[in-house]
Design a protein around this ligand. Structure first.
Ligand code: ZN
Length: 310
């Protein structure tokens, strides 16, 4: 077998808080957000076209609505909305508010989310950040939203709601509350959309990994890829074996925020990063806040699930 030789390329200019990468197979493009710039982006690797549109407030996810061309579910501060965007224009043509999470809780905002295989959107919140990078702990909640606009609260006391992934057989859900500094696993009932029996499957401290766990995705071997905020790396872990680190892929950016597989064969790993200043540490180089494409990892991801909405 040939040794694995990864190649890391930069595919964007510096963002403030790049997040929420989502590969859209239909348009062969990567969608992502710049949360503090209130912007959603679309990048087409084949042509290197790059488009973005500004919204009115912090936007943390952008996921296509299944079977509705140009429609996307987005989260704006605490609101979930469906917008219409052609993927090129500098304005969105329509937006419809669906619901508000942590209603009326000023300073709270939605952070990260993903759809399960049935098209339910799972997303959670975080509490106020009186100082950037220092979020009040235990204030957030994890929710799901289904096609008929039913909102369900699953877990309270969340620090920063972040990465989500499901096992290949859809019997487990993996979830990251960054402030727990670990990755959790739940039993997942795909029919009812419920979770139970939380266990910790990977502790950053136990495994000696630097940084905070942020966004994540799963590969076709059932291993998880986790972005390490303040850690200059993405790690691959085996969720079936506690505290098992399989690989670390180093990046030049400090604040690595999320990951998604993309490309024609879903064998390219797209990585978002952030450049915002925490504790007066200025990350001035262009490497901080860029979006990266990693090839040559020798693994593949699964097609991303769109939001199902009636
Ligand atoms: Zn995140």
């Amino acid at each position: 077998m040939d040794p694995v030789v990864e190649k890391v390329e930069t595919i964007s200019d510096k963002l403030i808080l790049g997040e929420g990468p989502h590969w859209d197979a239909e348009t062969q493009s990567l969608y992502f957000v710049d949360i503090f710039n209130n912007a959603i982006h679309r990048y087409v690797p084949a042509t290197k076209e790059h488009y973005k549109v500004k919204l009115d407030s912090n936007v943390s996810i952008v996921v296509p609505v299944k079977n509705h061309k140009n429609k996307f579910v987005v989260t704006l501060e605490r609101k979930v909305a469906v917008i219409t965007w052609d993927g090129k224009s500098q304005t969105v043509s329509n937006w419809e508010e669906i619901c508000e999470l942590d209603k009326g809780l000023v300073g709270h905002r939605i952070n990260d989310g993903k759809c399960d295989i049935t098209g339910r959107l799972w997303t959670g919140t975080m509490g106020p950040e009186p100082q950037l990078g220092h979020c009040e702990n235990n204030k957030g909640t994890l929710f799901s939203l289904n096609a008929t606009k039913t909102l369900t609260s699953h877990l309270g006391g969340i620090g920063i709601s972040n990465g989500l992934a499901w096992s290949l057989d859809n019997k487990k859900m993996y979830y990251i509350d960054s402030l727990k500094e670990s990755v959790s696993q739940f039993d997942f009932d795909v029919t009812s959309g419920t979770i139970s029996n939380e266990t910790t499957i990977f502790s950053f401290k136990n495994a000696g990994v630097k940084g905070l766990p942020d966004g994540m995705t799963i590969d076709t071997n059932g291993n998880l890829w986790v972005a390490c905020f303040s850690g200059y790396q993405v790690i691959q872990i085996d969720p079936r074996k506690t505290d098992t680190l399989l690989r670390s892929v180093k990046l030049p950016a400090k604040q690595v925020t999320s990951v998604a597989f993309g490309g024609k064969n879903l064998d390219e790993l797209y990585v978002t990063t952030a450049s915002f200043t925490i504790d007066d540490v200025v990350l001035s180089g262009p490497e901080h806040g860029a979006i990266y494409k990693i090839t040559g990892l020798g693994v593949k991801g699964l097609p991303a699930d769109d939001f199902v909405f009636n």
